[in-house]
Ligand binder design. Structure first.
Ligand SMILES: CC(C)(COP(=O)(O)OP(=O)(O)OC[C@H]1O[C@@H](n2cnc3c(N)ncnc32)[C@H](O)[C@@H]1OP(=O)(O)O)[C@@H](O)C(=O)NCCC(=O)NCCS
Length: 150
């Protein structure tokens, strides 16, 4: 399967909203939140194309705290029909490359404690659990993961 990674433009907003709803149901980012993420200059957004169709996308932010800069994975979404084909891994590796090329050496993220697919994905890519986030998602707990980008 040929997976092509490409930049995302605001023109894809409706399609990305549709995928986001498929992936996260009532917890999906709203159209307004996605608009912000697709236009903010500090955000990296990539889509995965399979036969010209968007099979998934990933969004990361560059966070700046005092003198420290780090990458922050905001979301990774793969449409159900294209899951388990390496698309999320490819999107995340590309984001990490872009971060590294900008001189950023750490990437962080939060994930629901019971999201086994995502946890396995992140751990496979080398992210390590560094903390628990009590009731981070309403009543559900989150985990805080980080990776040193080499
Ligand atoms: C999590 C998600 C992004 C994974 O996307 P994907 O393209 O299917 O993932 P990949 O094919 O790159 O899988 C990489 C690894 O992740 C793990 N993984 C992925 N899906 C899994 C599942 N359903 N169960 C267990 N492990 C899983 C595996 O270790 C897998 O490697 P393997 O296939 O060699 O065993 C996708 O299931 C999804 O969009 N889920 C809904 C949205 C979400 O939860 N996003 C992440 C939180 S922000």
């Amino acid at each position: 399967m040929d997976i092509k990674i490409t930049d995302v433009s605001i023109k894809l907003l409706d399609k990305l909203c549709e995928i986001e709803k498929q992936c996260f149901k009532q917890e999906a980012f709203t159209k307004q939140q996605l608009t912000y993420l697709l236009t903010d200059y500090n955000v990296i957004r990539l889509a995965a194309l399979v036969n010209g169709e968007i099979a998934g996308f990933a969004i990361a932010r560059v966070d700046i705290r005092r003198n420290d800069q780090f990458g922050h994975i905001v979301t990774v979404d793969v449409t159900p029909a294209y899951r388990r084909k390496g698309i999320a891994q490819k999107l995340l590796r590309e984001i990490e490359t872009i971060l590294r090329e900008s001189g950023i050496i750490e990437c962080r993220l939060e994930v629901r404690e019971n999201n086994i697919a995502a946890l396995n994905l992140y751990q496979k890519l080398g992210y390590k659990k560094v903390g628990k986030l009590e009731k981070y998602y309403g009543t559900a707990h989150g985990l805080y993961l980080t990776k040193t980008l080499q």
